[in-house]
Design a protein around this ligand. Structure first.
Ligand SMILES: C=C(O[C@@H]1C=C(C(=O)O)C=C[C@H]1O)C(=O)O
Length: 454
């Protein structure tokens, strides 16, 4: 049974969770061995072991965390959604008893979380605590069980069921069709003030002149049969191994952008802004991408994204450093301009990964620049509720560690056979509306392909 709590329910009477993590890759098949037909050796084999719904996932290449069953769910809305969820999680972790023989990133008590982009959203932000977690990192495989005090643990025996590819999907426009969205892009680009060719972007300036706004659009995909989410995740993981493939509360996708990673007080982040659309093959198109992304529009857009992260990360962490020059990140559908950043949490910091995500969200990659003025305009100008698209999605543990991606290249399951896809683009004063439409089409492609549409 799934129980969804408000954050105040949790803070008033935190449930006592019993947590146990143990390796399962050195256990002989027999009583207590969780797999009916041997240890899974790939992400696809692991996905085949899952029930067709009610699971969560955060996987990159061959490492990651897959949760199934539900011990509890916590929801929050509004501008305090981050603080409330974080407080509730701290109450849970304080009350928990944990046995962790694994001691790897993601073992022990953990939760998945997905947070709405805007405080105005009518969509819940959620923490999801699974009953079981299968983890794989550094070639080791473990299982965690998380149960409420008094509940009887029922060790699972997982049976393999082949993934069912989606074959009958069709798509239709969401809140705005592509030509109305192009009109909106044209209107927004007129509202923006360009920076000069040689102007430096100062992260700490108080200048509130509006420079960049990110606009999103949606698309509805419906299938005759239920969507086998496991198959969608398998396709995404295979085609985008360098991205973080996720499913949290039906928000499914594969993001190239790590908002924040925290591991033992070290903070990392990957900032993307500037997009080249791949026509055929990313490798042979790298020179063309380099040329486009080093031109004024995209390089300024990238500078805004870095400045916004530097400013917000400096408010919670020390020694913030960012790559001196962006590098190209080639993916099957697009090539991005990317910069990696790192920082350290001060020794007396009691902030967890969700708190750090809250401090940096929304970056200029999904809101605009400067942050405050851009965000107010996004809420006002976009006809759609972004829900959890472009918000932080990921996981965290009881020690403050965790990883939150920006929920991009994704869709929200609205029913067993219906999913709403989202894609956005950074609008600059010199944006060409049709080129921005084409960019969003390229950003829809990973989900469309995984749903059998392209
Ligand atoms: C908003 C999205 O992507 C963001 C916008 C980018 C851009 O405008 O160049 C690039 C990567 C992301 O930071 C999206 O994928 O929906």
């Amino acid at each position: 049974m799934t129980t969804t709590f408000s954050t105040s329910d949790i803070c008033t009477a935190p449930p006592r969770l019993h947590v146990s993590s143990r390796f399962v890759d050195d256990v002989e098949p027999g009583p207590g061995f969780p797999f009916e037909s041997g240890l899974p050796t790939s992400v696809e084999e692991t996905l085949e072991l899952l029930p067709t719904s009610a699971f969560s996932c955060w996987v990159r290449d061959t490492s990651g965390l897959i949760g199934f069953g539900r011990t509890l769910r916590i929801r929050a809305r509004g501008s305090d959604r981050f603080t409330e969820l974080s407080k509730a999680w701290k109450a849970i972790t304080d009350a928990a008893s944990i046995e962790d023989e694994v001691d790897l990133l993601g073992s022990g008590l953990m939760c998945f979380a997905t947070v709405a982009y805007s405080g105005e959203s009518e969509v819940d932000s959620l923490i999801h605590v699974p009953e079981f977690v299968l983890g794989r990192r550094g070639g080791r495989v473990w299982m965690t069980s998380i149960i409420t005090e008094g509940a009887t643990p029922v060790p699972p025996v997982l049976k393999s069921e082949p993934l069912r590819r989606v074959t009958s999907a069709t798509s239709s426009p969401g809140d705005l069709d592509s030509s109305s969205w192009a009109d909106l892009v044209a209107k927004v680009s007129q509202m923006l003030t360009p920076v000069g060719d040689s102007a430096e972007v100062d992260p700490f300036t108080e200048d509130s002149t509006l420079r960049k706004i990110v606009l999103a659009r949606d698309e509805l995909v419906t299938s005759d049969d239920d969507i086998d989410v496991r198959s969608v995740l398998g396709e995404l993981n295979r085609s985008y191994p360098s991205c973080w493939t996720f499913d949290v509360a039906g928000l499914i996708g594969s993001t190239p952008e790590l908002l924040i990673g925290v591991e033992n007080a070290r903070v990392t982040s990957r900032v993307l802004a500037g997009t080249y659309r791949v026509e055929n093959d990313p490798t042979s198109e790298m020179p063309a991408a380099r040329k486009l992304l080093s031109a004024h529009k995209d390089s300024t857009e990238h500078a805004f994204a870095i400045a916004s992260l530097q400013r917000s990360l400096s408010s919670v962490a020390d020694d913030v450093s960012v790559d001196e020059r962006p590098h190209l990140l080639p993916l099957a559908n697009v090539i991005h301009s990317a910069s990696d950043a790192s920082a350290h949490l001060p020794e007396d910091s009691c902030l967890n990964a969700l708190d750090i995500a809250a401090a940096v969200h929304p970056t200029a990659a999904v809101g605009g620049y400067p942050q405050a003025s851009a965000v107010a305009h996004v809420d006002e100008l976009e006809p759609l509720d972004r829900g959890r698209y472009s918000g932080p999605v990921g996981w965290m543990d009881d020690r403050g560690n965790g990883q939150f991606g920006i929920a991009l290249r994704c869709g929200q399951l609205e029913d067993r056979n219906r999913i709403r896809l989202f894609a956005g683009a950074g609008i600059m004063p010199d944006s060409d509306p049709l080129a921005e439409v084409a960019e969003t089409e390229a950003k829809f492609a990973p989900m469309r392909r995984a749903l059998g549409l392209e």
